[in-house]
Design a protein around this ligand. Sequence first.
Ligand SMILES: NC(=O)c1ccc[n+]([C@@H]2O[C@H](COP(=O)([O-])OP(=O)(O)OC[C@H]3O[C@@H](n4cnc5c(N)ncnc54)[C@H](O)[C@@H]3O)[C@@H](O)[C@H]2O)c1
Length: 359
Amino acid sequence: MSSNIDVLLNAYSETALYRTPKKAVSLIRFGVIGYGYWGPNVVRNLQSLPGAEIVCVCDQNLDSRKRFHKAHPNVYVTADAKEVLSSPEIDAVAIVTPVWTHFELAKTALENDKHVFVEKPFTSNVAQAEQLITLAERKNLKIMVDHTFLFTGAVKKIKQLLQEGGLGKLYYYDSTRVNLGLFQHDINVVWDLAPHDLAIMDYLIERRPEALVATGQRHLNGFEDVAFITLYFPDNIIAHVNVNWLSPVKVRTTLIGGEKKMVVWNDLEADEKVKVYDRGVEITNREGLYELLVNYRSGDMWAPQLEQVEALRQELSAFVDCITNDRTPMNDGSAGLQVVKILEAVNKSLRKRGGLVYL
Ligand SMILES: NC(=O)c1ccc[n+]([C@@H]2O[C@H](COP(=O)([O-])OP(=O)(O)OC[C@H]3O[C@@H](n4cnc5c(N)ncnc54)[C@H](O)[C@@H]3O)[C@@H](O)[C@H]2O)c1
């Protein structure tokens, strides 16, 4: 039986979706599915973007709909995703629901000629990701996978340092991404937290890993809640990612070591998130001497100025731009697929208690 709020919201809904004014030129009309933890951030940013308009928000959960309705009384809200996915008033759908729902929702959206902004990780497996990419290509629709960190000032600065050769030859990427919870009910800690690092690495390193080893353990709800992943890249680059839902403290620290300089990125710092150290090791083997000469270089540290922007806003703005100007997002379906490929391989390695899996 419908509750009062449902009656209220549905009564409102019957007319509102079709009262949406005719589309202005270059205004992308969005439907957002999922208004749990992350959905409100997507909604808030879309609402403030000049080229976007939210026509409808959908959540199966009554409390979420109430919360949305209280904050945005003039925007249509529904419990039924089909309404969003089939509405002729909607150009693009933002899917902000748990990963196991991404494929069906994105597929239906694409089949109904909607562009898709979908949360990380893109899909639950490689086959689903490939199917969505093919469908989007066939229909000339855009897919953007929410790899939010690519749009942060920190990642942009580190990318610039790498591109300018400031760090020299890259040696390693080492990330610690741990906190207490939030336990997910459908995925392990790797699928929850590691997509951030995998997407960042794909963007920064510009080479694909050749193999990986993953170890982890399940303690509470049947999914790994602590995991360690090692990825082997070409050119002797190695990466390590430590993800953990059972850490007493939150840590978001990444070390990136290069031949010339090294970066410490602490994402929890309010200022000076990125520090560049002019430190390193030089090894020489002088002629006639059989011993290696090891010199440690310990120079200055500097904290570069970072762009102060909300990454999600930049990302959604880029998505609107890609739709409007027919451009391919840098975090498109293929970028999402690459992350899912690695996540699948991680699960394989976890099952083998750290067996080497080639990619
Ligand atoms: N980019 C980031 O930094 C970031 C941060 C957090 C979460 N996420 C991603 O966002 C997604 C959602 O995570 P969350 O933490 O917000 O989850 P959540 O459980 O808090 O919220 C999901 C919401 O979706 C609703 N929902 C689920 N299936 C639905 C359906 N078929 N139709 C309508 N509503 C439905 C649920 O009722 C719930 O309110 C996940 O893929 C997660 O990985 C991304």
